[in-house]
Design a protein around this ligand. Structure first.
Ligand SMILES: NC(=O)C1=CN([C@@H]2O[C@H](COP(=O)(O)OP(=O)(O)OC[C@H]3O[C@@H](n4cnc5c(N)ncnc54)[C@H](OP(=O)(O)O)[C@@H]3O)[C@@H](O)[C@H]2O)C=CC1
Ligand SMILES: O=C(O)C1=N[C@H](C(=O)O)C[C@H](O)C1
Length: 266
């Protein structure tokens, strides 16, 4: 069997370490290197609490992709690093599967163009949980009938970006379905700045950050005399792993960048 050779960037993190456990469970995947902030030259198995992989740790993506033969780069780092890793991977012809959130729309456009120009498959998915993808799709459908909508996303308090990538993607999907709409009273005034949350095309996004949370989102639609709430909870990061595996399987057959797991689901 030809194994897919994978590099994981951010493998010591909450998501990256879960991705290593996912790779360990699949015979068709092989970890060939890890990208980290630190620990260059050590082996992944030398880091306590991680699976027993013999793969070498690098801190420089260029060095890493020159030294090892890799098919796929999984990136689960930070917005700035994730963007650079994705760009560099495409330049080396290594297919990125990116969960890192917080990219700007300009960065996404640039990466999409680069992948197309080089004919390199790539997947960027703000949420790899199947339930979250359904929540976003159901929300898009509901927006056809309920144009008034607010999004409440709740995450652990170590999250760097706000609003979450999932909330932004949900708003983008809803935007495809409804006419642009300014919600609330036309004379509404915030007496404390930020009270109404972020505004995406009239949709308000509220970000909650608390210890104890993992990743949760409610999309609340309002109509005359009724409300509809579409809600998803990730209680464990294992929830994201089947989506990462599905993306690895698909990215090997792609020659463009796909943004959003919904585009890979049948
Ligand atoms: N798409 C999805 O389904 C999901 C996406 N995410 C996203 O994934 C990303 C990671 O989240 P999470 O795992 O919680 O974050 P963590 O902070 O737990 O992990 C990030 C890891 O990246 C490492 N890192 C930072 N800079 C570099 C670098 N230059 N090279 C290599 N590694 C680096 C960090 O090292 P150090 O600890 O030393 O700083 C850390 O180990 C976030 O953007 C988050 O929003 C999260 C969950 C699901
Ligand atoms: O940082 C997280 O934890 C998560 N980030 C992603 C996002 O920003 O939407 C996906 C999920 O919500 C967990």
């Amino acid at each position: 069997m030809n194994k897919v050779k994978v590099v994981v960037a951010g493998f010591r993190g909450r998501m990256g370490s879960e991705a290593l456990r996912m790779i360990e469970k699949h015979d068709d995947l092989e970890l060939v290197a890890g990208l980290d902030m630190d620990n260059a030259g050590q082996k992944v198995k030398d880091i306590s609490g991680l699976p027993d992989f013999d793969a070498t740790i690098y801190t420089d993506i260029n060095q890493c992709l020159q030294d090892v033969q890799a098919d796929v780069l999984i990136d689960l780092t930070t917005p700035e690093v994730g963007y650079l890793h994705t760009k560099t991977a495409i330049e080396y012809g290594v297919r990125p599967v990116v969960g890192t959130t917080g990219f700007t729309s300009e960065q996404l456009e640039e990466l999409t163009d680069l992948a197309e120009e080089r004919g390199v498959g790539a997947v960027i998915a703000p949420n790899f949980a199947i339930g979250a993808v359904l929540m976003m799709e159901f929300s898009k459908w509901a927006a056809k009938y309920f144009p008034d909508v607010e999004i409440i996303e709740k995450h652990h308090d170590q999250k760097l970006d706000a609003p979450s990538g999932t909330a932004v993607k949900t708003a983008e999907l809803i935007k495809e379905e409804r006419q642009s709409k300014q919600q609330g009273h036309p004379d509404e005034k915030e007496t404390i700045p930020g009270a109404r949350g972020a505004d995406v095309d009239g949709m308000h996004i509220h970000s909650v950050r608390l210890p104890g949370l993992v990743a949760h989102q409610e999309v609340i639609f309002g109509g005359p005399g009724e409300n509809l709430t579409i809600k998803h909870d990730s209680f464990h990061r294992e929830s994201f792993m089947s989506g990462i595996k599905l993306s690895i399987d698909h990215v090997m057959k792609l020659d463009i960048l796909v943004y959003g797991l919904e585009n890979l689901l049948e």
